[in-house]
Design a binder for this molecule. Structure first.
Ligand code: SME
Length: 164
């Protein structure tokens, strides 16, 4: 299994996603262990995009618990409907937050985080079973391009982990 990702330095965001996605698909296609796949996806995203914090929160009962991540220590539990992650879960909809200070109820795990995107993942019953949370130290890092490609990435993860 090839574990080193190759990508074009300084490439624009769309090019970077186009390079990343096939490599990530190969990385996870034959592995179905949730923690293992999510951990490797975090590492790969960190290597290719370098964002400040990249991680998964997993649905456990009525709350999200901290899953595999890359970045500084983070809060363990988030209730449904709380913060950006809990809102993405409750609404079953990607949240793109250009300025976290403008998001009512945003949970600040790090004061360095300025913008954020949270993408839900679904199980075979169509229920949200996890969310991918990515934070940036800069304002307005994420837009509709990120939403589109990160949702595609989450679909690939679902196929390996939650639908197999
Ligand atoms: N900001 C998130 C909490 C998780 S940390 O960013 C890692 C939220 O508001 O749900």
């Amino acid at each position: 299994m090839e574990t080193t990702f190759t990508f074009t330095p300084q490439a624009d965001k769309t090019t970077r996603y186009h390079e990343f996605i096939p490599q990530m698909a190969l990385l996870i296609k034959d592995e179905h262990e949730e923690v293992s796949v999510l951990a490797n996806v975090c590492a790969a995203l960190k290597e290719c995009f370098g964002w400040f914090w990249i991680g998964f929160y997993l649905v456990r009962g009525e709350q999200l618990i901290l899953g595999p991540f890359q970045g500084s220590t983070a809060c363990y539990r988030i209730r449904k409907g709380r913060g950006v992650c809990g809102t993405a879960w409750a609404e079953a909809h990607t949240q793109v937050v250009p300025d976290v200070e403008q998001f009512p109820g945003h949970i600040a795990c790090s004061s360095l985080s300025r913008s954020e995107i949270v993408v839900p993942l679904y199980n075979k019953d169509g229920q949200v079973c996890a969310v991918l949370d990515i934070d940036s130290e800069h304002l307005a890092t994420f837009d509709d391009i990120d939403r589109q490609y990160l949702e595609e990435i989450c679909c690939l993860i679902e196929k390996s982990v939650y639908l197999s």
